[in-house]
Design a protein around this ligand. Structure first.
Ligand SMILES: NC(=O)c1ccc[n+]([C@@H]2O[C@H](COP(=O)([O-])OP(=O)(O)OC[C@H]3O[C@@H](n4cnc5c(N)ncnc54)[C@H](O)[C@@H]3O)[C@@H](O)[C@H]2O)c1
Ligand SMILES: [Zn+2]
Length: 364
């Protein structure tokens, strides 16, 4: 069964379609378009079109330094202002194509087929691009929503557990951020592995509609949408300190637990807040324990002083204060400015220590 809904943005309204076996339909509809495809999908995507390139989904390729090569390929394929691009891949391909399509001849239209759970359940809507530059992750970017999004859940069949968990952690973050009812209703679906296609479709639909609420009310990340960065400040420092050995979504899961510990230590939570954050903590921990605990063993040793240095460097902070999204009072999320003092730094390290212990990170 297919379903669809629309997302309103200031530049256009776009349709999100979710179902199985949509790949064939998209290819037939866009035979004359320019396809940009994740090179890991060579065996999955039938080449029934003339113009295409494969790109390896690496952070190195998602960089400003690589964009000219892609623009040149678009030029060689003689794309003009009315041409259309189809992107097939996860968040990396999405970021590359959002950006390239937005600047080619001042912007051309594109269609997105996400192929990772993270792409399907989170990043595909919202229209943002985030591009690395000179080694700085996601430092530049813009907004250029696709004309349409087609989510074919059959792509999930070839993902490994780690990639599924990444999607689930971003999904629970979005649901937690909205309100307690949405969070409990997410947990009611008992989203865990293995995900069959029909459970995945229900979950994706539910979570994307929650994200739709955030992006329609605050498309340009000024207010409500900011709380979707929950867990991310703590997570980015984990990613950069391990040279991105920890996948983004997994680090988000850990980052949310670390943020909860920080709030607890600051006495920001009342009894209801403790109860609500415990539910989230147990969900994240349960998934790590049951499905990817073996992965933790392979992660590099963390030097918490180096993690703190990377935390300090996060682009979201102000000059003299840290900007952190934290659960407060009954567990709802707020943005807190915390002066950059030695005391604050010690508290941040303590939250990392406690959070990493809770998820069972062996080496720090
Ligand atoms: N712009 C946004 O709004 C936004 C939001 C969240 C994350 N991101 C970015 O997205 C990136 C992470 O994206 P991601 O988690 O989707 O992963 P990804 O695009 O890095 O892909 C992860 C791996 O899965 C492979 N893969 C993709 N689809 C597959 C399939 N169906 N079967 C088997 N393997 C498959 C890829 O080749 C890659 O090796 C990060 O760079 C992050 O910064 C962007
Ligand atoms: Zn994220």
């Amino acid at each position: 069964m297919q379903e669809s809904f629309s997302v309103v943005s200031s530049s256009n309204s776009y349709q999100v379609q979710i179902g199985e076996n949509l790949l064939e339909q998209v290819i037939n509809k866009h035979k004359d378009s320019f396809f940009i495809i994740d090179s890991n999908l060579k065996k999955i995507v039938p080449i029934k079109f003339k113009n295409y390139i494969f790109i390896e989904a690496t952070e190195k390729n998602k960089s400003l330094e690589k964009i000219p090569e892609i623009i040149l390929k678009m030029r060689e394929a003689r794309l003009n202002r009315t041409s259309h691009v189809v992107a097939i891949g996860g968040g990396i391909i999405q970021d590359i194509v959002t950006f390239a399509a937005s600047i080619y001849m001042r912007g051309i239209s594109w269609t997105y087929m996400p192929t990772t759970l993270l792409g399907m359940i989170d990043s595909c809507v919202g229209g943002k691009s985030a591009i690395n530059i000179l080694g700085y992750k996601n430092l530049i970017g813009n907004f250029h929503p696709p004309k349409s999004i087609s989510i074919d859940v059959s792509f999930l069949e070839t993902l490994n557990n780690e990639q599924i968990v990444c999607g689930l952690y971003e999904a629970v973050k979005i649901s937690y951020a909205k309100d307690i009812e949405t969070f409990l209703s997410y947990l009611d679906c008992s989203p865990k592995l293995p995900l069959n296609n029909s459970t995945a479709q229900n979950l994706i639909s539910k979570v994307l509609k929650t994200k739709k609420w955030f992006i329609e009310i605050d498309e340009f990340d000024q207010k409500e949408r900011l709380i979707l960065n929950f867990g991310h400040t703590f997570c980015h420092a984990l990613e950069s300190s391990t040279d991105f050995a920890i996948a983004h979504g997994i680090a988000v899961g850990m980052g949310m637990i670390i943020a909860i510990q920080f709030s607890k230590n600051e006495n920001l939570l009342n009894d209801k807040g403790i109860e609500r954050t415990e539910l989230l903590k147990n969900y994240i921990k349960g998934i790590i324990n049951n499905y990817i605990s073996d992965l933790l063993e392979k992660y590099p040793k963390l030097d918490l002083n180096y993690v703190l240095k990377n935390f300090d460097n996060d682009k979201k902070h102000e000059t003299n204060s840290y900007r952190i999204i934290l659960p407060k009072d009954d567990g709802g999320l707020v943005m807190i400015n915390k002066d950059k003092t030695e005391n604050a730094r010690q508290k941040i390290i303590k939250a990392y220590q406690e959070g990493l212990k809770i998820v069972g990170y062996p080496n720090f």
